[in-house]
Design a protein around this ligand. Structure first.
Ligand SMILES: NC(=O)c1ccc[n+]([C@@H]2O[C@H](COP(=O)([O-])OP(=O)(O)OC[C@H]3O[C@@H](n4cnc5c(N)ncnc54)[C@H](OP(=O)(O)O)[C@@H]3O)[C@@H](O)[C@H]2O)c1
Length: 296
């Protein structure tokens, strides 16, 4: 099966390309070769590759910058998804798309189910929700996988920020009142490939919105704590910085962060036997990979 992967140089895109299962031939395009916000480029690539499935890992992900770069955030996260959706529909092929916990208000205290009401509070979440809506309207065979707190060895993320700051500073303050599920980019890629394999074998999927994130839910503070515990045991850091738990109010950011990002992943487990990853276990492999890269 010929698969087109967009955003191939991002965290998830990179892992999708590293983990291609047998039976798939993949063309991965980074932003410089395929800008999804350019409708002509999208059509030209679809015409030349003739994919049988598209996985969109491209997105405008700079949450704070989006607050002032509104036009670009919508151009990529909404229009871009719309162009991919229209092109996929024209070829009668499915489009897998990745979305985010930021589509929710974050005011809940129970894990969000895929059909729960959305209410984003910032431009990033609004533009991603708009992209979901374009996809649902314009492509009949769509699969939207919402995820949260993505980390991996490739790209920028919280794990790498903690390692960098931890090496430089004696003390670190980390937000301890936001809850979510850290999710490895590798496990998202594996989940998407498992769904692609199911589509390849069955010729169908239950199209719609799904949630996928790591378990168990924790706070950024808990996540940072585990990052330092594991980094020291793996010899990536020599000493542990002293961590101070702070509130969201003590760490103001241009875009509001959801206080509650916990996703209910049962629809994917019940429908496809795909369960949340154990984020602490995935963290160990990511740190090992970073250690190998450092040593290389
Ligand atoms: N990161 C998270 O914590 C998180 C949480 C929840 C959901 N998600 C979602 O998960 C998906 C993957 O995120 P990620 O963490 O892998 O993001 P990422 O590392 O920022 O990768 C996104 C990729 O998209 C590319 N891109 C940006 N604009 C583009 C355009 N117009 N055309 C084509 N490519 C473009 C970027 O390329 P350039 O760098 O060259 O611009 C980048 O390589 C996204 O849909 C994101 O919204 C992420």
């Amino acid at each position: 099966m010929r698969v087109l992967v967009t955003g191939a140089q991002g965290q998830v895109g990179h892992e999708l390309l590293r983990r291609v299962p047998a039976g798939f031939s993949v063309s991965g395009f980074g932003s410089q070769d395929l800008d999804i916000s350019n409708a002509d480029q999208v059509l030209a690539v679809f015409t030349s590759i003739k994919p049988e499935l598209v996985i969109n890992a491209a997105a405008y992900t700079a949450v704070d910058k989006a607050e002032t770069d509104v036009e670009r955030a919508y151009a990529v996260n909404s229009d871009g998804v719309g162009f991919l959706a229209a092109a996929a529909e024209r070829l009668s092929i499915p489009l897998f798309h990745i979305s985010t916990d930021y589509v929710f208000s974050g005011d809940s205290d129970k894990p969000y189910t895929p059909d729960e009401g959305t209410q984003p509070s910032g431009i990033y979440g609004l533009s991603k929700l708009s992209g979901e809506q374009r996809l649902i309207e314009e492509c009949s065979r769509h699969l939207i996988l919402r995820t949260s707190w993505v980390f991996g060895a490739h790209g920028n993320n919280f794990v790498k920020t903690m390692l960098r700051l931890g090496a430089d500073r004696e003390t670190l303050s980390v937000v301890a009142d936001q809850h979510g599920g850290p999710t490895s980019a590798g496990s998202i890629a594996d989940t998407l490939w498992a769904l692609a394999s199911s589509f390849q074998q069955e010729g169908r999927l239950d199209w719609g919105v799904y949630h996928y994130s790591g378990a168990p839910a924790c706070t950024w503070y808990d996540f940072a704590n585990e990052i330092f515990t594991q980094s020291i045991s793996l010899g990536l850091l020599e000493r542990r910085p002293q961590l101070t738990a702070i509130t969201t109010a003590e760490y103001p950011t241009p875009a509001k962060r959801p206080m509650w990002s916990v996703l209910d992943c049962r629809k994917l487990a019940d429908g496809y036997g795909l369960y949340p990853c154990d984020w602490a276990q995935d963290l160990r492999s990511v740190l090992q990979q970073l250690g190998d890269l450092k040593g290389a």
